[in-house]
Design a protein around this ligand. Structure first.
Ligand code: B3K
Ligand code: ZN
Length: 874
């Protein structure tokens, strides 16, 4: 497979102004008729051949302006169709046959259970019909769907239904029209025996919109939260960005087999059922919040993505980074803003930093790819969102909003670039963002080394910042970035933020300084007492910032920092210092000793009356094994696990009464609601319960068992079940697992949780369990949710067992990748990730991991898996 390069971009030779499609559905032989209204692109020369993308299509007929083509007038290849000579303006008619039932890649038109559905982004439409499958070709669509009246009573596509009718042989049809020009990646079709839940929304200009969520009958009771979230998101986008919905109806469909979370098809969003269905008995607080975030994300795409789309797939972050930023702000406004930020950043620093440090590191705007599906990454999405957040902070909200208005107005109905977006921000703010643009082209996580000195005599604080971005594949040398650092100086006597004066200018007590050079010195004057600096508040830039904090400094910040995020971060840093010592002790075989400062810091936290319980819960949570690993030069999974367990148990022993008090104070019998206050109390209570269970004494066990048996809501039940299954007591784990598994055997989403809990347990039988569960009737390699729940959870979260010294974990993953490479290349190329991170481990493990990658490489590979394996072994 050959790479595609950004520098080769050219507008298409022909554009499509209108597309008419007719689907005659059949599992093995669906007929797709397409009539494309084509014309030469004004920027391209006359006489060019017409090239259309098409894969796995059987061409049945082709005609131009009603004239069937002779065989020598066109050429067919594996990936498309070329018509040698065409007029300047013409109609192209084609008819193809496709087999949805054989489509296990879940791209294009496929079947999920009994229903038909589509996934076209990025390049799935070419598996439906011959078409210029690229986002800069935008057309209006009219789609007729013909199905069996009994098997597929519901026939959906984008836009508004304009006609329906009966046909001979028990068939019927519906015709849909979408008046908004769109690229084909936003096309969608759904057909099946579905039920709907309906609601209404009045837009800010007074238009009535019908909202529908379509599900299989048994899921009718699980749509309330998604519907409420949708309405909140619609209101939020009107109030925050002035964006209104633009069709008469907005539909969401839940499907069980789906590669990603959801898809923003115009007027017809298709969702992984895991990203839309909730019920207090089946979904956890985290799932409720995830559904809210994803519903909002897809809805927000209607403007940031659909009305204004990407010129080419290199610009993917244009829509994804911006839309993630929008959904993060929405969730922050709807729930606890500090907790949302803590959760997002702690995930980011674990997973995106690892991506940036690995062999598949790439810029937010890559300059080449083999398979674009591999670029739906944490870098494009989450780092892209961090960069938009920096922009918002650099220019300020008001200029940002003016820039966003300008962007949506100027480029409505167009396919544009990242420059177009940043250009609007430059115009609206009058700021020069040219150096800032490097964030889009340079891969890797910038590292900042900070040093500070307080000069008593002159009342000055001197802060020296040095930046460096490590080399990444294809990018050995890096230029300095424009990095905004939000900071405060916290007085050690007063415990307060001191006034900041820089170059004679007074900046208040919380300010942003701009690091643009490799090295820069900032001298704050009139600093009346010795301070501890609180740096990169709120994670003001996606960087690794090192500062030689002592443990006292961190304990001080944990108690005094006015920035909630940095207070949490100080706690994480303090815990990391203790963990580092313990990891070293474990490796050297010396006795582990708990750092009393961490114990005292936790004691203080537990004794304070916290007004934000959700933040407190985060503060009491130790860095994850994955995050700890991210901080080590060489990852020793066993030492990390042992050190973290030791800290947890030491805290539990020292602070048992305090944890018990917190647990008791936050119990509630009130009916479940996914409201911020309840969620906060539950998470705090459950963190306390984890500590109580860490030492597995009779009382802790009793509390966990009682919570499990009370069966009050899935958050509590799942937490209790996890504690039981992850304990050393199989006599507790087995009956609970059995009970839960039998109770929920009929519910695939709950069974996913049941799978994950078992295969993430630290006990040495986890790998055998994975193998055993792969034979379970509820498991299927063809269902991405199942693959993620079982294989993804094991390889990604069960670090001690996946990295077993005998290499069996690696072998298992490689076997799965080889099988999935044939069934579903997109999922195969994702699930392989942990194997590609071999550089971080000891030599023996490196050799084992590379051997598995070699074994995979020897197979006949999809472009997806080929690209990843090739990079991992480069
Ligand atoms: N835009 C989709 C991505 C689907 C791509 C799958 N290959 C989901 C989202 O970001 O909203
Ligand atoms: Zn998106």
């Amino acid at each position: 497979p050959k790479p595609t390069y950004l520098r080769d971009y050219r507008p298409p030779a022909y554009r499509v102004t209108h597309t008419e499609l007719t689907f005659d559905l059949d599992p093995a032989a669906t007929r797709v008729k397409a009539r494309l209204h084509l014309e030469r692109h004004p920027e391209r020369e006359s006489g060019l051949p017409l090239t259309l993308d098409g894969e796995r299509l059987v061409l049945k007929a082709i005609a131009i302006d009603g004239q069937p083509l002779e065989e020598d007038e066109y050429a067919l290849t594996e990936d498309g169709l070329t018509v040698h000579r065409v007029p300047e303006r013409f109609l192209l008619d084609t008819e193809v046959e496709i087999a949805p039932e054989a489509n296990t890649a879940l791209e294009g038109l496929y079947q999920s259970g009994g229903m038909y559905c589509t996934q076209c982004e990025a390049e799935g439409f070419r598996r439906i019909t011959y078409y210029p499958d690229r986002p800069d070709v935008m057309a209006t669509f009219a789609t007729t769907v013909i199905g069996d009246a009994k098997r597929e009573p519901v026939l959906l596509s984008n836009g508004n239904p304009v006609e329906r009718g009966e046909l001979p042989g028990g068939r019927h049809f519906v015709t849909w029209e979408d008046p908004h020009p769109k690229p084909c990646y936003l096309f969608a079709l759904v057909a099946g025996d579905l039920e709907k839940v309906e609601d209404r929304f009045t837009t800010m200009s007074g238009r009535e919109v019908t909202l529908q969520i379509w599900v299989e009958a048994e899921n009718l009771g699980k749509t309330d939260h998604a519907m409420a979230s949708l309405k909140r998101a619609m209101t939020w986008d009107e109030q925050t960005y002035g964006r209104e919905y633009d069709l008469d109806r907005f539909m969401i469909v839940a499907v069980n087999d789906f590669n990603m979370g959801a898809m923003e098809n115009k007027g017809l969003n298709i969702f992984n059922s895991a990203a839309v269905l909730t019920h207090p008995h089946t979904a956890t607080d985290a799932a409720f919040q995830r559904v809210e975030g994803i519903v909002a994300h897809e809805y927000f795409h209607n403007w940031s993505g659909n009305r204004v789309t990407c010129r080419d797939w290199f610009q993917l972050s244009l829509k994804e980074g911006f839309t993630v930023f929008r959904d993060q702000c929405f969730s922050a406004d709807t729930n606890s803003a500090p907790v949302k930020r803590i959760e997002d950043v702690s995930f980011f620093r674990t997973a995106q930093f690892a991506e940036d440090a690995g062999p598949t590191a790439h810029p937010i705007r890559p300059d080449h790819y083999i398979e674009i599906t591999n670029f739906y990454t944490l870098t494009i999405y989450e780092k892209g969102a961090e960069v938009v957040r920096m922009l918002r902070n650099l220019v300020g909200w008001e200029a940002f909003r003016r820039g966003s208005d300008r962007y949506f107005e100027r480029f409505d109905g167009q396919a544009v670039t990242i420059e177009d977006f940043v250009g609007c921000m430059e115009e609206a703010s009058g700021q020069d963002l040219s150096q800032f643009m490097r964030w889009y082209s340079q891969a890797g996580t910038p590292e900042i080394d900070a040093h500070g000195e307080y000069d008593y005599a002159n009342a000055e604080y001197r802060l020296i910042l040095r930046q460096r971005t490590p080399a990444t594949p294809d990018q050995p040398d890096k230029l300095p970035l424009h990095i905004p650092i939000r900071l405060g100086l916290v007085g050690t006597k007063s415990g307060r933020d001191l006034p900041l004066t820089l170059d004679g200018e007074s900046l208040g007590t919380d300010a942003v300084i701009h690091l643009r050079e490799d090295e820069q010195e900032f001298v704050f004057t009139e600093v009346s007492e010795a301070p501890v600096p609180s740096l990169a508040r709120g994670f003001s830039a996606p960087v690794k910032l090192r500062f030689p904090y002592g443990r006292e400094d961190l304990a001080f910040l944990l108690a005094n920092d006015s920035d909630g995020f940095n207070r949490w971060d100080a706690g994480q840093r303090l815990a990391m210092l203790a963990l580092d010592d313990l990891i070293a002790a474990h490796r050297n075989g010396v006795e582990k000793v708990m750092d009393s400062r961490v114990v005292e810091a936790f004691r203080t936290l537990l004794s304070q009356d916290s007004d934000d319980k959700a933040v407190l819960a985060e503060m009491l949570t130790l860095p994850s094994e994955a995050y700890i690993a991210e901080q080590q030069p060489l990852v020793d999974v066993d030492a990390i696990h042992a050190a973290r367990t030791f800290v947890k148990q030491s805290l539990a022993m020292a602070l048992r009464d305090e944890f018990l008090a917190v647990f008791e104070a936050n119990r509630s019998e009130a009916p479940y609601a996914p409201e911020p206050e309840q969620i906060a109390a539950r998470s705090l209570k459950n963190v306390a319960l984890s500590y109580l269970m860490a030492i597995e004494d009779e009382e802790g066990i009793e509390l966990v068992q009682r919570q499990f048996a009370a069966d009050h809501n899935m958050t509590d039940v799942r937490h209790a079940l996890t504690l039981l299954v992850h304990s050393s007591r199989d006599d507790l784990a087995e009956p609970a697992l059995r009970r839960f598994g039998e109770k929920w055997a009929h519910d695939p989403l709950v069974m996913d949780q049941w799978f994950s809990i078992q295969v993430t347990r630290p006990q040495p039988d986890a790998l055998e369990r994975v193998k055993f569960l792969m034979e379970h009737p509820a498991f299927s390699l063809k269902n991405p949710n199942k693959v993620r729940a079982l294989i993804g959870a094991f390889a990604g979260q069960n670090r001690v067992n996946f990295h077993r010294a005998d290499g069996e974990g690696y072998r298992l993953l490689a076997d799965v990748v080889i099988e999935l490479n044939r069934l579903n290349p997109e999922i195969a190329a994702r699930i392989i990730t942990p194997l590609t991170r071999w550089q971080r481990f000891d030599e023996a493990r490196q050799a084992l991991m590379k051997a598995e990658l070699e074994r995979i490489r020897a197979e006949e590979l999809s472009p997806n898996v080929y690209e990843v394996v090739q990079k991992a072994l480069a």
